[in-house]
Design a protein around this ligand. Structure first.
Ligand code: ZN
Length: 273
């Protein structure tokens, strides 16, 4: 599942490589992934791609006319949605391609979703709040406005265990299953700890770990991802899905529970109290 560092780097790549291109034709080979009418989709033709960004787990791609953003693509890739930049439009169209944006300058952008769980919205810039759960999103986990003081305030309102707390986009947006494991390991906090048991210094440690893990991952991904923005890189993660391997800090065996949505942690470094 693309999380904040992945989306940051994909957005940067799109801003560098797709911005300024004009849409010749927009089509939806697998239309079920797209929340837009055929007329809204056809209306993208003639618009120019603006500078991509992200918000929480959404990738945002603006479309401009005369320098003004008139439409936005908000893509929530969920588990397996991927954005491709294709140089040659004659390249075979993969199964489960939810969107093709063919450019007048050649090449195209495609959204492919193996699991068909993602969603694509095409909206006017003032309609983002109409996207389900959009208006409830907390600040992005890497937002400069989310200072330690703001984090301390916000976390008081959210009870429950730490792993679901970090993944709760109402608390902070953009963290999923992989980076929540990485952050909790870095903070030396057990994933099952209850927020209410955290001492003030542990809350501060959680904040520092969240920021540094996301920052370091983004830096690493800037080296690894280009030019293949459709490829997700997780090989540099320290603990997530490394159950049974030695903890990089203490050398004890990492524990892993759960199946597809696994949680990996170190019982020694992340004590349950
Ligand atoms: Zn350890």
């Amino acid at each position: 599942m693309p999380e904040l560092p992945d989306l940051t780097v994909v957005a940067e790549q799109l801003a560098a490589r797709a911005a300024g291109k004009t849409i010749a034709e927009a089509t939806a080979p697998t239309p079920i992934l797209l929340r837009a009418t055929p007329a809204e989709l056809a209306g993208l033709a003639g618009l120019t791609v603006g500078s991509a960004g992200h918000r929480g787990k959404f990738l945002l791609l603006p479309f401009e006319r005369d320098g003004q953003t008139v439409r936005l693509l908000a893509a929530n890739p969920m588990l397996a949605g991927r954005i491709w930049l294709i140089d040659d439009s004659r390249e075979r169209v993969r199964a489960r391609t939810g969107l093709r944006l063919r450019f007048t300058q050649g090449g195209e952008l495609r959204y492919v979703d193996r699991e068909m769980l993602g969603k694509l919205y095409v909206v006017a810039p003032d309609q983002l709040d109409g996207i389900p759960s959009w208006s409830e999103m907390g600040p992005d986990a890497d937002d400069p406005a989310l200072t330690l003081e703001v984090f301390r305030q916000r976390i008081r309102r959210h009870p429950g265990e730490l792993k679901p707390l970090l993944r709760n986009n109402r608390f902070v947006a953009g963290i999923g299953n992989a980076y929540s494991d990485e952050i909790l390991w870095a903070a030396k906090l057990a994933p099952f700890r209850k927020r209410s048991t955290l001492r003030p210094e542990e809350i501060d440690r959680l904040y520092e770990a969240m920021r540094s893990v996301l920052y370091d991952a983004t830096e690493r991904l800037r080296e690894l991802v280009p030019p293949h923005i459709e490829t997700q890189h997780r090989e540099f993660l320290k603990v997530h899905l490394r159950g049974g391997q030695p903890c990089p800090r203490c050398g004890r065996e990492l524990r892993q529970i759960g199946g597809e949505e696994a949680t990996t942690f170190c019982r020694t470094c992340q004590p349950p109290f």
